[in-house]
Design a protein around this ligand. Structure first.
Ligand code: C5P
Length: 211
């Protein structure tokens, strides 16, 4: 059976970097489930289709190819915004969750990160981490990332975006962002990525020993 590590948390909490590091260390395959929502949103935007038609969005979601998810092509801020709008639609979620569950069966194990992996997609995962950081720290990291990439950034606008995205992800009726009752909380506000990795490794190794 495949060993599943479920990593959830709000936008820009550091779960992507942490997930990739964990996948590499354990030789597991990694899926950033946010990319499946982003790919659906991008396909709609590219085709000039509306973002508020659930039937149309579901048809696009059913066609998303997990093998063709390109992080760079899907990184844009507008795509993330559009993704969080279509992510409130139950039948879009059902289509993408089905694809994510298919991925979760890959041997020898997988790391899947997102918003509802430990609560909905893989509720039986032996390791669940909920990675978070204060909105101020997350906005600051986003800001630094953009500036490091050579672009101009506006901290107050980014901070407002982070809060808006949190409200939409935590407030939706279907699969809202929240820690699973058996998730380990990892607050990275004052933690380096290395420290977060060490904390995660201790939890994962203990679970592997139990299995
Ligand atoms: O993590 P990322 O910013 O790429 O996710 C984009 C959006 O996709 C999130 O704001 C959220 O609304 C949605 N999402 C989700 N469930 C997941 C992953 C992402 O609803 N498992």
């Amino acid at each position: 059976m495949s060993f599943i590590i479920a990593i959830d948390g709000p936008a820009a909490a550091g779960k992507g970097t942490l997930s990739r590091k964990i996948a590499e260390a354990y030789g597991f395959q990694h899926l950033d489930s946010g990319l499946t929502y982003r790919a659906t949103a991008k396909a709609l935007l590219d085709a000039g289709l509306p973002l508020d038609d659930e039937a149309v969005a579901t048809r696009i979601a059913l066609a998303v190819d997990l093998g063709g998810l390109d992080r760079t092509a899907l990184a844009k801020h507008q795509i993330g915004e559009a993704a969080s709008r279509i992510a409130v639609m139950p039948s879009v979620r059902r289509a993408l969750v089905e694809a994510q569950r298919g991925f979760s069966r890959r041997e020898p194990g997988v790391v899947i990160d997102g918003r509802d992996i430990g609560t909905v997609v893989c509720p039986d995962a032996p390791v669940k981490l909920y990675v978070t950081a204060s909105p101020e720290v997350r906005a600051r990291r986003r800001y630094d990332e953009i500036v490091a990439g050579g672009a101009a950034a506006d901290y107050p606008a980014i901070f407002e975006d982070v809060q808006k995205r949190d409200a939409r992800d935590m407030g939706r009726a279907d699969s809202p962002l929240k820690p699973a009752s058996d998730a380990h909380l990892l607050d990275t506000s004052e933690m380096s990525i290395e420290a977060a990795f060490r904390a995660a490794k201790t939890i994962i190794d203990a679970a592997l020993n139990r299995n």
